[in-house]
Design a protein around this ligand. Sequence first.
Ligand SMILES: [Zn+2]
Length: 80
Amino acid sequence: MSHSQTPSRPLEVPCPRCRTSVQWVEENRFRPFCSERCKLIDLGAWADGTHRIAGEPAMDETEIDEMILRAERGDMGRDD
Ligand SMILES: [Zn+2]
């Protein structure tokens, strides 16, 4: 059978966060996101309700970096 699709080529999806093309493969544990950063940003946005507020500005870079640092240290929501 000859089809136009190449079987060796993995499915590609756009990252829900930044629209970068992401290969849907086992090795990409952040799929459908392109990276851990985009995954954390999107999960964080859902967690604090950003997705539910229309017209609200997106988090800025500083907040995103802080959130990722906290998530990595495992002390989310604590201040000491
Ligand atoms: Zn992304």
